[in-house]
Design a protein. Structure first.
Length: 146
């Protein structure tokens, strides 16, 4: 099943849409495709923009789907990102990347040193820890210390 991801600079009504992806838009690919991993771990706007642009260049070449740059116009039949599978944005005020799952109910700050994405319905602030205090990330079901 294909999914969609919209990329922005900033959050809220003043956010700037910079493009979208359609196809294999899953956290595993966000971290496996080098320019996309760079985008989601960016700590400055220039790096985020350049990495997203590079992702748009290679997305189809990697047979992951289609990329839609801003200059091509809004690609979806719906009017906002609230129907997209993922929204990923760089917030210059926080110098960090944030993501939200399908609809933008809650923003999850991406840790640039240990990136992970929330699953639909997960509360990113409700992380579990092992007996040694290591974070047990969703989908891994075990900590890194083992």
């Amino acid at each position: 099943m294909s999914s969609t991801t919209d990329f922005y600079l900033g959050r809220g009504e003043a956010a700037e849409w910079i493009g979208s992806l359609h196809g294999e838009c899953y956290p595993e690919n966000f971290l496996a495709v080098p320019p996309l991993r760079l985008a989601v771990t960016a700590t400055d706007e220039a790096t985020f923009r350049a990495a997203v642009a590079d992702t748009f260049d290679i997305w189809a070449d990697e047979r992951l789907g289609h990329a839609y740059r801003r200059e091509l116009g809004w690609p979806w039949p719906w009017y906002s990102s609230h129907n997209s599978s993922w929204i990923i944005t760089f917030d210059p005020g926080d110098s960090a990347v944030f993501a939200t799952v399908g609809g933008g109910v809650r923003w999850h700050r991406i840790d640039s040193h240990d990136p992970w994405f929330p699953e639909g319905g997960d509360d990113p602030s409700a992380r579990r820890t092992c007996t040694r205090g290591c974070v047990i990330r969703p989908r891994r079901h075990r900590c890194r210390c083992r």
